[in-house]
Structure formats: structure tokens, C-alpha cells
Design a protein around this ligand. Structure first.
Ligand SMILES: C[S@@+](CC[C@H](N)C(=O)[O-])C[C@H]1O[C@@H](n2cnc3c(N)ncnc32)[C@H](O)[C@@H]1O
Length: 177
């Protein structure tokens, strides 16, 4: 095969791989669409005033905009992201920020640290109840309530403590024994 035939194949292969990396997460949580900086700021000041002592987990952290905003207000932040490219970008962007930890994992397979106080997710509606069950399992394992901020979608049969703009704030407690 000549070089002129190989180059288009390589380009098609790269585009195919990138498309898969960015689209597959849509099947498990949501494809990559970042929350607007202004909106995150609103959610973490007016809906849930985040502070020193909080540990926020962003389930599907994207490029880390939510993590960064949480740390600006003194909290620690853990991002769990399935897309290795986005994980690398966030790790590079926030390499000097000691309050941010970024993991390239499927969040359904991760245990939350015991210091977790608040979980954030910007998912699509079909996954929101599965994410809720994941949070309930972790809250029961840790035996303490955790706040949950959902961007764009509300939970069935659970009244939010507050609602602001596109955000819903819930408090999820351990299952009764
Ligand atoms: C709508 S974006 C939100 C990004 C970020 N949280 C924000 O608000 O700017 C959803 C992210 O979740 C990631 N994602 C989807 N399913 C996932 C899973 N099972 N585990 C980890 N990350 C996941 C996607 O790759 C995508 O970056």
C-alpha cells in the first residue's frame, strides 16, 4: 500500500476512535457537555454554598470546571471521568491545584471516600435513577447522608430541598436497616 492510501485510513481510524471515546459515555451517563462556569458558580454559592471541609465528587467530571469552582470556595474535589482524553486535560489544567483529584474510571465502579459531603452530576434523564441508586448504595455503605446536586434532571418521588435555575439539590440518607 502506498503512503497516499495509508494517510486517509489513519485519519479515518483516528476520527473513529475519538468519536467512540466521546460518544460511548453517553450510554452510561451523558456525553461530554460542560456546565457553564457561571451556572456552576451559582449552584455552588446559592443552591449549595460549598465551603472548606466539603468534599465534592463530580460523577463524570469532564474537563473539571465543577471541581475547580468547588476548590475556589475552599472545598476539596474528586472528579471521576470515563473519557481518558478529558481526564488528561483536567489533570494537566489543574496539576498545581492540590485540592483536586482526577480519576479515569467508570463512576458506577468507584467507592466514594468517607469524607464525601456532596455529589454533583450532569447526566441524561435515562441514567439519573441509576445514578441515584449508586449514591444510595454509597450513602448506606458510609452510613451518613450526602447532598446531591443534579443539573438538568430531577429525581422521581423525591422532593428537592431546593431548586435553582437548572439545578436540583437533594439530601440522600442511608437506607433504613
Ligand atoms: C454532561 S458531561 C458533564 C461534565 C462535567 N460534570 C460538567 O458538568 O461540566 C458528562 C460527563 O460524564 C462522563 N461520563 C459518562 N458516563 C460515565 C461513567 N459511567 N463514568 C465516568 N464518567 C462518565 C462523560 O464522559 C462526560 O464527560
Amino acid at each position: 500500500m502506498e503512503t497516499s492510501q495509508i494517510i486517509p485510513l489513519v485519519i479515518i481510524a483516528i476520527i473513529g476512535i475519538l468519536t467512540l471515546i466521546f460518544l460511548i459515555p453517553g450510554l452510561t451517563g451523558a456525553p461530554y457537555v460542560p456546565t457553564l462556569k457561571k451556572s456552576v458558580e451559582l449552584a455552588l454559592t446559592k443552591l449549595y454554598p460549598i465551603k472548606k471541609g466539603d468534599l465534592l465528587i463530580d460523577l463524570g467530571a469532564g474537563d473539571g470546571v465543577v471541581l475547580y469552582t468547588a476548590t475556589k470556595h475552599g472545598a476539596k474535589a474528586l472528579g471521576i471521568e470515563i473519557n481518558p482524553i478529558l481526564t488528561l486535560i483536567a489533570k494537566w489544567r489543574f496539576r498545581k491545584n492540590k485540592k483536586i483529584t482526577m480519576k479515569c474510571r467508570n463512576f458506577y465502579h468507584c467507592h466514594f471516600p468517607k469524607e464525601t459531603t456532596v455529589v454533583y452530576a450532569f447526566a441524561v434523564s435515562i441514567h439519573i435513577e441509576k445514578i441515584r441508586r449508586k449514591i444510595e448504595d454509597e450513602v448506606t455503605r458510609l452510613d451518613k447522608p450526602i447532598y446531591f446536586i443534579s443539573n438538568a434532571f430531577n429525581l422521581k418521588d423525591l422532593k428537592p430541598l431546593k431548586q435553582l435555575d437548572t439545578f436540583y439539590l437533594y439530601k440522600i440518607g442511608p437506607a433504613k436497616k
